[in-house]
Design a protein around this ligand. Structure first.
Ligand code: S3P
Length: 180
């Protein structure tokens, strides 16, 4: 079994919620990149974007990645745009199992509407659907770096957690429908 699990996927794909539960099930640590960045800067992500710009935020994602590169028995949930710096993925590739939590554009907007407490600067635009479609078309090829894909549309969290654990080889034999 791999010694590190990385959950990648677009905003609102469930990386943090699923990651926390999978980590509990494995008795591994859980690291949410956005939380690390918020602690470090003392600012919410939306304020980091507003005060310093996206480039600065991407630099913090890179720093966070380098800092945890030696950690094992850990579930990682980087933000949805982490894959746009492929060298960061390369840094963690060895010993990692990468799962893409896939989400469609309608589900992104639905879940985003339900999560008013999480402010996502890249969705705070006049036409969020256009923004989501444009980012998805740029990022979906990048998410394919994953070892497995789990569709999240229409699925309960518990089922997604189970599928992620299985794809990692934990519990039941891997479901052929889960691999990509
Ligand atoms: C971003 C996703 C967010 C957060 C930031 C940028 C992105 O994280 O890192 O707002 O570029 O997709 P979530 O994917 O956890 O929402």
């Amino acid at each position: 079994m791999a010694e590190r699990l990385i959950l990648i996927g677009f905003m609102c794909s469930g990386k943090s919620t699923v990651g926390r539960r999978v980590a509990d099930a494995l008795d591994w640590d859980f690291v949410d990149f956005d939380e690390v960045i918020e602690r470090r800067t003392g600012k919410r992500i939306v304020d980091v974007f507003r005060d310093h710009g996206e480039g600065f935020f991407r630099g913090l994602e890179a720093e966070t990645t380098r800092e945890i590169a030696d950690r094992r028995h850990v579930v990682l949930a980087p933000g949805g745009g982490w894959v746009t710096q492929p060298d960061l993925v390369d840094l963690l590739r060895a010993d990692s199992h990468i799962v893409w939590l896939r989400v469609g554009p309608e589900t992104v907007l639905e879940r985003h509407g339900d999560q008013a407490e999480v402010e996502r600067p890249l969705l705070a635009v006049d036409d969020p659907l256009a923004a989501v479609l444009s980012m998805l078309s740029e990022r979906e090829p990048l998410y394919q770096v994953a070892d497995a894909v789990v569709e999240t549309d229409g699925r309960e969290i518990e089922e997604i957690v189970e599928l992620v654990l299985r794809s990692l080889g934990h519990g039941e034999p891997p479901d052929p429908a889960v691999g990509c």
